[in-house]
Design a protein around this ligand. Structure first.
Ligand code: ADE
Ligand code: ZN
Length: 355
């Protein structure tokens, strides 16, 4: 059966990435090169580095990969390389990177130096590819209790940078339920930072990462956006609330656990059909062996979606972003122009584009 939309259209439709972890974007070859430079022994060679038995094993490799970033120049390179890859593989126009500052402290690089390195990477990528970027300071709940999370936010506020626009919460959700981080989130909001949190991930069951975590993220953490969200599907009540709330979600087409990969397209389809505001993201693209274009083609092939859905996801990624209004308006123009050109090239009728 012919595909409802060409893979090339899906790869080339413009996109903003709202959910990717800097450590998870590191090319294995870059990790190996930097590890050698710093005399750091990796568990395996680059070709097989990105393998793990379970979710905590994945986080362990992620933190090992992160440990090769030791100078501002390493951070610059990491940011630049992800953007270079994502422009090529998925026509990236804007990215919001999670970074976990405490992953890097053991190697002697402080918060301002990390940020300075990433900001320089964003500057270079903007100049070379015209891609914009923002940064999200992230709390790994597997490593940080509520008090430690407050310290992370205090550091972000003490060294405020205009491109670090928000905080996030990642790591193992069963170890750090969202309510633990209420104080850190209150502090961040008071300081003018936006808030998101990983919530209802499907490496856990709906009993371990229950749909009510969404309500905590909404009402206690007062999140502006939600990362993932699949286990919310276990509660019609929570899904109805989320639909009414209208927050943007950042599910990811591919995942750390092989056994979850076949389920993601259906879970994301159900989120879309339930009326949530969905964007499509990569999470940890280099580690998972995916990219923005691949994420789109996988989802569209499984779900039989056509170009209308591609346009919706493309434009949703602007609306869900944390760019200011004028930057969003500029991106809307670019996206609409590129989408119209693609529609013409592929012979897809341009329906009225969603605003
Ligand atoms: N860190 C990197 N990717 C993550 C994910 N999907 N969930 C939780 N923590 C993460
Ligand atoms: Zn994530």
């Amino acid at each position: 059966m012919a595909k409802a939309v060409a893979d090339d259209y899906l790869r080339r439709i413009p996109k903003a990435e709202l959910h990717c972890h800097l450590a998870g974007t590191l090319r294995a070859t870059t990790v190996a090169e930097l590890a050698k430079r710093y005399g750091m022994t990796l568990p395996r060679p680059a070709e097989t580095l990105y393998q793990w038995p379970d979710f905590d094993g994945f986080l362990e490799i992620l933190r090992i990969a992160a440990a090769v970033l030791r100078t501002p120049a390493d951070f610059t390179r990491a940011v630049y390389e992800y953007i270079e890859d994502a422009v090529r593989d998925g026509n990236l126009k804007h990215v919001e990177f999670f970074f976990n500052p405490d992953y890097f402290y053991p190697n002697g690089i402080d918060y301002p130096s990390q940020v300075a390195g990433m900001v320089e990477g964003l500057r270079q990528a903007k100049e070379r590819f015209g891609v914009s970027g923002l940064l999200i300071c992230c709390i790994d709940r597997s490593l940080n209790n509520g008090d430690q999370a407050v310290e992370i936010v205090e550091t972000a506020l003490a060294h405020r940078h205009e491109l670090v626009v928000g905080i996030g919460l990642d790591g193992n959700e069963s170890v750090g339920p969202p309510a633990l981080y209420a104080e850190a989130y209150a502090l961040a909001r008071k300081g003018g930072l936006k808030c998101t949190a990983h919530c209802c991930e499907d490496y856990l069951t709906p009993l371990q990462a229950p749909p009510t975590n969404y309500l905590i993220c909404r009402d206690v953490l007062r999140c502006d956006r939600i990362d993932h969200g699949y286990n919310m599907l276990a509660s019609d009540f929570v899904m109805a609330e989320a639909r009414r709330d209208g927050l943007y979600f950042t599910p990811c087409a591919w995942t750390s656990l092989l056994h979850n990969r076949p389920h993601r397209p259906r879970r994301i389809r159900r989120m879309v059909e339930a009326g949530l505001n969905v964007t499509i993201n990569t999470d940890d693209p280099a580690m998972f062996g995916t990219n923005l274009g691949h994420g789109f083609t996988t989802l569209f092939e499984s779900n039989g979606w056509g170009p209308d859905k591609a346009r919706t996801f493309s434009l949703n990624s602007i609306e869900g972003s944390w760019l200011d209004e004028s930057a969003k308006a500029a991106l809307r123009k670019t996206f609409r122009r590129e989408i119209a050109a693609l529609d013409k090239e592929f012979g897809y009728e341009t329906a009225a584009l969603p605003v």
